[in-house]
Design a protein around this ligand. Structure first.
Ligand SMILES: *[C@@H]1O[C@H](CO)[C@@H](O)[C@H](O)[C@H]1NC(C)=O
Ligand SMILES: *[C@@H]1O[C@H](CO)[C@@H](O)[C@H](O)[C@H]1NC(C)=O
Ligand SMILES: *[C@@H]1O[C@H](CO)[C@@H](O)[C@H](O)[C@H]1NC(C)=O
Ligand SMILES: *[C@@H]1O[C@H](CO)[C@@H](O)[C@H](O)[C@H]1NC(C)=O
Ligand SMILES: *[C@@H]1O[C@H](CO)[C@@H](O)[C@H](O)[C@H]1NC(C)=O
Ligand SMILES: *[C@@H]1O[C@H](CO)[C@@H](O)[C@H](O)[C@H]1NC(C)=O
Length: 460
């Protein structure tokens, strides 16, 4: 009996062993796993650096005591991320994040921790709303190698002084965000030797001096925001070399001169803001080549020129803002081609003539401000257009404009009702620079636009 069961038992045992490997009975896959085991701790020297940084920055915890292993898998410190080293069996800090929610808060005495640049594998650093009480400045160690890709110091009112030229050591830097601090002095040319940079945001500081011409070295730059500083001089011609640029914001500085002609090379530019500077003179000849432009925001400049017909070729425009800039002459009828406009602001200029009739067929527009110009004639908007825009339509301060009584039911757009014998098909007067009848003006603009288009095609 027992003898006949023995082979069967042996078979069962073998089957079990193959299904559930027991310690000592190593299979191939098990062996491979132990070779791949992930490191679970930092090198003592790097951990010590991190303890020093945290102790100087945050009193949320007694870091060294409560969390002796900062990178402990699945329960690392808040605000840090770690990665295994490529050539050692340690974890290394790859990201440090202070000040925003869920991350360590900064104490009042926190000053900028230069030591972060000695963390060998650090890739991203974020200090948000961190240096608020104790005056401090950006500084670098004497000699260091950094693999930092993103340096983001935002909303730190006590972070001041210049950007040291040693920033040129951050060779891997792709994103530099220094917005809303109290940095001052010139923008160091060394920044423009960091040719991995993709985004630069130095907005809302107190930088002075000119925009360095070396700017053109940054062939990978996609976003450049230097707005709300005290930059002077003109926009360098070299800006045209930033052929990857999609966003350019130079608003609220003291820049002078013309928009450089080289800007026409920025084929990918989707957002251009130049408001509140001292730019003047004519627009660049190749303006219409900015075929990706969706936002062109250029209020408050002493331009004192006419609005170029080429604006109407920028057919992707969603926002066009050219208020308070001394523009004279007519509103180019070509603007009627901008069918995707949601916002058009031309208030506070010296524009004359009539509102192009086809403005009434802008189907996406929700904000139209033509107030405080010298426009005249009958407002070419029907009742449904007036109702749709409501308070977002402002035509006030144009003494020559009037509203046909049919449309003037109860709207308040700052325009009086036309006298009885004036209708849409009859111009109010003959002072207007626009052709006399609106019907003619419409076909005139269509031909005009087609003419410019074919001209463009031929020159190219
Ligand atoms: C930086 O890296 C270079 C090359 O890898 C090395 O020779 C040098 O010692 C490093 N310097 C520091 C301060 O770590
Ligand atoms: C206008 O906007 C629509 C929808 O957002 C888009 O599909 C279309 O391509 C735009 N037209 C132009 C000329 O950019
Ligand atoms: C108002 O004008 C628009 C655009 O020309 C047109 O599509 C719409 O039918 C007009 N509405 C009325 C009530 O006339
Ligand atoms: C239009 O512009 C004027 C002048 O800048 C401003 O006072 C007014 O509030 C604007 N109207 C609308 C509807 O935005
Ligand atoms: C209306 O037109 C008539 C003749 O065209 C003219 O005599 C009269 O002054 C006009 N009325 C107003 C209020 O302009
Ligand atoms: C219209 O033009 C004629 C001739 O150019 C001129 O005599 C007349 O005063 C003008 N009328 C108005 C209302 O400007």
């Amino acid at each position: 009996m027992w003898c006949s069961f023995f082979p069967l038992l042996l078979l069962l045992l073998l089957l079990l062993v193959s299904l559930f490997p027991v310690p000592g009975v190593s299979t191939f896959s098990h062996h491979a796993n132990t070779d791949n085991s992930q490191p679970t701790a930092m090198a003592p020297s790097e951990a010590e650096t991190l303890f020093k940084i945290m102790e100087s920055m945050s009193s949320d915890q007694t870091w060294r005591v409560s969390y002796p292993n900062p990178c402990k898998p699945d329960s690392s410190w808040p605000g840090i991320e770690c990665k295994p080293g490529l050539s050692d069996n340690f974890l290394h800090v790859s990201r440090l994040d202070f000040g925003s929610s869920l991350n360590p808060t900064c104490k009042k005495t926190a000053t900028f921790p230069t030591l972060i640049f000695t963390l060998p594998c650090l890739q991203s650093v974020f200090f948000f709303n961190c240096f608020t009480h104790t005056k401090t400045s950006l500084s670098f160690p004497k000699l260091f190698n950094s693999s930092l890709q993103q340096l983001s110091l935002r909303s730190n009112p006590a972070l001041s002084g210049p950007i040291p030229p040693q920033i040129s050591s951050l060779k891997s830097l792709e994103i530099l965000t220094l917005s809303q601090n109290h940095f001052s002095g010139p923008i160091p040319v060394e920044i423009f030797s960091l040719n991995s940079l993709v985004h630069i945001d130095l907005s809302y500081n107190m930088f002075t001096g000119t925009i360095p011409t070396q700017l053109g070295n940054l062939k990978n730059l996609v976003g450049l925001d230097l707005s709300y500083n005290s930059l002077t001089g003109s926009i360098p011609q070299t800006i045209g070399e930033l052929e990857m640029l999609q966003k350019l914001d130079l608003s609220s500085n003291s820049l002078v001169g013309k928009i450089p002609d080289s800007i026409e090379k920025l084929k990918l530019l989707a957002f251009m803001a130049l408001s509140n500077n001292r730019l003047g003179g004519d627009f660049p000849k190749g303006l219409s080549k900015l075929q990706s432009l969706q936002y062109f925001i250029m209020d408050d400049n002493p331009m004192f020129t006419t609005l170029p017909v080429e604006l109407g070729m920028l057919v992707k425009l969603q926002e066009l803002r050219l208020a308070n800039s001394g523009y004279s002459g007519i509103i180019p009828p070509s603007l009627s081609l901008l069918m995707n406009l949601t916002t058009l602001s031309l208030q506070n200029n010296r524009l004359t003539g009539e509102i192009p009739m086809s403005f009434g067929s802008f189907s996406h527009i929700y904000h139209l401000n033509l107030s405080r110009n010298l426009l005249d004639g009958v407002v070419p908007f029907n009742a449904s257009f007036l109702k749709r825009l409501g308070r977002n339509l402002d035509l006030s301060g144009n003494p020559g404009l009037c509203l046909s009584s049919a449309e003037a039911y109860s709207v308040k757009i700052g325009v009086g009702i036309c006298s009885k014998n004036i209708s849409l098909s009859q111009p109010l007067n003959n002072k207007s620079q626009a052709p006399p009848a609106l019907a003619i003006s419409y076909s005139f603009f269509l031909f005009g636009v087609l003419g410019v288009f074919s001209l463009q095609l031929c020159i190219k």
